[in-house]
Design a protein around this ligand. Structure first.
Ligand code: GDP
Length: 440
């Protein structure tokens, strides 16, 4: 995420590291580079200019004569300003209605349908919410099918009315259906066009007026940079929406949309989409995003994602198995599946402080586990439960079955043995010993 921008900012801020104090000259030089980095990332021109003016004022102001090194001080000022620019504190969505109605808006292809599903899934997992999805795209039958597929995937009902071509009537019928059937959140997916046009704006505005949603969200593809900002402006003029959803942040996006959108439309970014899977949704925290942009990682989000996937019951079972030396390849497979649910690998690595920068040129394949999974799937249940029975002829068979080589099978077996040993050691109070060893 934002690799290029992170790199350039790092270089710009590095200039000050060798200096003993902040002067007008070195601040101006640094900020010129910072501004250039922002513009290259497709940040709105006015936003970038105001950004550097504000940082400069603070850097040269009396109140910053602290004990911090100039380099560190500048990083802090840039971080604070980036956070402020992206919205300060994180803002949730209004779920006060019964049902709470959430209207999704945005261009075609921005990720509205995918996000509607992600949000429904996210709310459903909160246990107190029972969401209903409503399909209001009357122009593309495929769009209705797509929402049904998504709904089935996450176990959420989808309301649609294929013969009806009045989206206002469908959305009202959807809300009535929710009331009658005990749903407390209604997410309305609407039709988008490839570009802003009057007919689309009139339609979404009519739906908005008719149903008066608690929350109107504008979904935008972050890869579209400045266009994203302009589209946001057009939708906001008509809808006065409550928040922005930035999708496709897992791609090679430059960051301009994330940084400029709040300052241009003065509406907070509420969620981000970081992949095509239903789990790839995150609450947007401006301060954590600023950390990531500056290559400081985002450990808090990483831990939260791990916690979301953490199942206490499963963990207890696993501990027992490890203690009894019964940890097998089926358990290993389960662990891999949990890690995969946390999101794409590149995104996860980017959350580790310093790692994103270090590993930016290494292509982290999201299919990294594919080979391992194939090998395990080629094992018999007996072999999975008791890997020590895997002799050389079995290795050959497994290699053939999984399309890998005997060496790869050997490597996995070796890694598995090492891992099992390590887990055993961690359990026997060895974890503490290991920590002590590392600290000394
Ligand atoms: P809609 O026309 O606005 O409803 O957009 P869709 O939900 O159909 O999304 C368009 C395409 O973008 C689909 O191929 C989605 O899988 C993809 N997509 C949506 N959100 C994300 C995201 O956060 N990351 C990535 N990589 N792809 C996404």
């Amino acid at each position: 995420m934002f690799n290029n921008l992170s790199d350039k900012l790092d270089k710009a801020l590095h200039v000050l590291k060798g200096h003993g104090s902040i002067t007008e000259v070195n601040v101006a030089e640094t900020l010129k580079e910072v501004r250039r980095a922002l513009l290259d990332a497709d940040v709105n021109f006015k936003t970038a200019k105001e950004f550097t003016v504000r940082v400069k004022e603070k850097a040269l102001g009396q109140d910053v004569l602290t004990t911090l090194q100039p380099g560190q001080l500048m990083v802090k000022l840039v971080k604070d300003e980036l956070t402020e620019l992206m919205g300060g504190d994180a803002e949730g969505i209004n779920l006060s209605g019964n049902p709470s109605v959430i209207l999704m808006s945005g261009l075609q292809g921005s990720g509205k349908t995918t996000f509607s599903g992600k949000l429904a899934n996210y709310l459903k997992n909160k246990k107190t919410k029972k969401p209903l999805l409503v399909a209001c795209d009357v122009y593309r039958p495929a769009a209705i099918d797509q929402l049904h597929v998504v709904g089935e995937q996450i176990g959420v009902e989808v309301f649609s009315d294929r013969g009806n071509n009045d989206p206002v009537a469908i959305s009202q019928a959807g809300i009535a259906h929710a009331k009658a059937n005990g749903y407390n959140v209604v997410i309305i997916d609407t039709a988008g066009r490839l570009a802003v046009d009057e007919a689309m704006m009139t339609e979404i505005s009519n739906i908005h007026k008719a149903i008066q949603p608690q929350e109107t969200l504008f979904v935008v593809d972050s890869m579209t940079g400045q266009d994203a900002v302009n589209t946001a402006k057009a939708f906001n003029d008509i809808l006065n929406f409550d928040g922005v959803i930035l999708t496709k942040l897992d791609g090679d996006t430059r960051g301009g949309a994330a940084i400029s959108i709040k300052s241009v439309v003065n509406k907070p970014i509420k969620f981000i989409g970081t992949g095509e899977k239903m789990e790839a949704i995150d609450v947007f925290y401006p301060s954590r995003m600023a950390d990531r942009i500056l290559g400081m990682g985002d450990v808090v989000s990483l831990v939260e994602r791990a916690q979301e996937q953490f199942d206490e019951e499963e963990a207890r079972k696993l501990q027992k198995k490890i203690a009894k030396n019964q940890f097998g390849f089926d358990d290993f497979l389960k662990q891999i599946q949990q890690i995969k649910k946390m999101g794409n690998m590149k995104d996860l690595v980017g959350m580790i402080p310093g790692a994103g920068k270090m590993m930016k040129d290494i292509d982290i394949d999201d299919d990294a586990f594919k080979g391992i999974e194939a090998i395990i799937h080629s094992m018999t249940p007996e072999e999975r439960a008791n890997p020590s029975v895997i002799n050389s002829s079995r290795k050959k068979r497994i290699g053939k079955g999984s399309g890998t080589s005997v060496q790869e099978v050997n490597q996995l077996l070796k890694q598995f043995t090492q891992m099992s040993k390590m887990m055993k050691m961690m359990q026997g109070g060895g974890g503490k010993r290991m920590m002590q060893m590392m600290q000394n």
